[in-house]
Design a protein around this ligand. Sequence first.
Ligand SMILES: Cc1cc2nc3c(=O)[nH]c(=O)nc-3n(C[C@H](O)[C@H](O)[C@H](O)COP(=O)(O)O)c2cc1C
Length: 350
Amino acid sequence: MGNPGKTGRPPRLATRFTELVGIEHPVVQEGLGPYKVVALAAAVSNAGGLGTISIPGISEEPAAGARKLRAYIEEACTLTERPLAVNVPVGADKTGAVLPFSAAYIGAVVEAVRDAQIARRLRVITTSAGPPGLARALIEGAGLIHTHKVGGTRQALRAEAEGVDAVIASGYEAGGHTHARPVSTFILGASVAEAVTVPVVLAGGIRDGRGLAAALALGADAVAMGTRFVASHDNTDWNPAYGQRIIDAREGEDVVFPAIYGPSRALPSEGLSELLRMVDAGEKDESKLTRFKDERLIRGQRDGDMEQGLLPAGQVSGAIRELVSVADFLPGIVAEAISVLENVQRGVVR
Ligand SMILES: Cc1cc2nc3c(=O)[nH]c(=O)nc-3n(C[C@H](O)[C@H](O)[C@H](O)COP(=O)(O)O)c2cc1C
């Protein structure tokens, strides 16, 4: 653990995850698709965490989507010298083959790291949705650290057996795509940390240094946040109305609805009601539903349309009260976590 104050340097928490990725703080800003989050990802990496670039949606024509992702990666690399990640949700068809959009996005990442300037920064690929084994063959040999997001202990064991370098365990309270089996962060963190030997990043409901301290106490090596980072001054690619909506959210206002790869958690909106009416009316055209979702997600993120947009956000939105500046927030939560852990050790509990 770090030693705040004694060296004059900002406090540090070195963990297996910070060592693996080569970052200063055990804090990840996770995938926040589909609109671009390049500025935020670079800000998190510049502040010593790991920022993640997201794919531009799954209804894009694969080659066009891959070009857009490459442009995001190149832009992010102009904004930071530090390690970055890309998140690619991996879907499979009925035969078990990786879906064309996932293959195209992974291909874009693998191609990008052939450029030494990009490879120096783009260190991590985070897969989510389907099992990581599907994507291993496409990723192996590219020199990338492979992390995979899971919502259960069995999935974590499977991801480890399939060769990932770290798992992101995300609890049911998380924003965006959550899991078919509702296991909360508090339970999942300890279970996954007990089960696997690779580093564990815990996500779902974390917003401050107390959450980071709790995650470390449960056996995790880092935390990942989504909703907390959306409500940030550094999320300049998005319309500010989105962050404000998170700040205005009341506890318990978030809802879970059937989404692309399973259930998703969002704040209510007319756009969500419209989607639910389409599903209730028996709309089965998957590509129509997917286009609707991507389009309405982008309307929320890019245009700030809090009525017609879809607004993924975690339970934690009810507890977020202000926008943060990433450059202060990251060292701040590390200092807070260290102080919480030291106070607990000394028996000084408020
Ligand atoms: C607006 C929004 C968009 C998201 N988009 C993605 C995505 O494209 N891919 C993904 O794997 N997870 C996505 N997530 C989930 C996050 O990566 C992360 O797991 C989650 O936000 C963690 O929980 P928290 O919101 O409580 O911090 C999204 C979450 C939010 C809030």
